[in-house]
Design a protein around this ligand. Structure first.
Ligand SMILES: [Mg+2]
Length: 205
């Protein structure tokens, strides 16, 4: 019996504005290297750290950007993250309402900072459905600790995890016994369960 559902956030519950971030960074005069490689710079940080730690992360970013960055910078960045485009979250609302009726615990597990992710869920009107939001400042996926935190007091096989990233949202949690489901619009060729619409997870209840 499934007692707890763990959702990835970006590209699963909502569409983030990461592809617009260059406008934010260019406004604060970041150097070209940073502007053109922000994705890789963040990927590298996530691969080499078990979680985001504010001071360490600021030092790391200051090095790549050759700018002295402080917490105010992060605050502005997180604020920028909430400037999401108009989007239709009715499918997410439908499944979250359904899960609430089923008395299932609902949590989110994401690699970006908890503060920013909570604000985004607030912005699209989904925050009230969540018992907890676990961001990358707690633990980063695919470190085992992130999934063990997200399952709370449940056994892994009492939990379902849904996300768009096959490796971190499906394969890594499945290896721990969590039911991983790949949310994807493409015809991906793998043996893991996949759905094209979030509402398809009703069949697991
Ligand atoms: Mg995602």
């Amino acid at each position: 019996m499934i007692k707890r559902v763990i959702f990835d956030i970006d590209y699963t519950l909502l569409k983030p504005n990461y592809d617009e971030e260059h406008t934010f960074f260019s406004k604060i005069n970041m150097n070209d290297y940073f502007l053109n490689h922000i994705g890789e710079v963040l990927d590298y940080y996530e691969k080499t750290h078990i979680h985001y730690e504010v001071n360490d992360f600021l030092k790391y970013l200051s090095h790549y950007s050759k700018t002295s960055l402080d917490e105010e910078f992060l605050k502005c960045w997180f604020q920028f993250n909430t400037e999401l485009k108009e989007q239709d979250v009715s499918e997410a609302v439908e499944i979250l309402e359904y899960l609430r009726q089923q008395k299932v615990e609902i949590v989110a597990l994401s690699n970006w900072f908890t503060t920013a992710q909570r604000k985004k869920l607030e912005k699209v009107g989904l925050i009230q459905y969540f018992d907890e939001v676990y961001g990358g400042d707690i633990y980063l996926k695919p470190y085992i600790e992130s999934y063990l935190t997200a399952i709370g007091y449940c056994a892994p096989n009492e939990c379902l995890m849904i996300g768009d990233n096959l490796q971190v949202d499906v394969i890594a949690p499945s290896n721990l016994g969590i039911h991983g489901i790949h949310y994807t619009q493409s015809e991906s060729n793998h043996e893991y369960p996949k759905i094209k619409k979030l509402t398809e997870i009703k069949k697991y209840f």
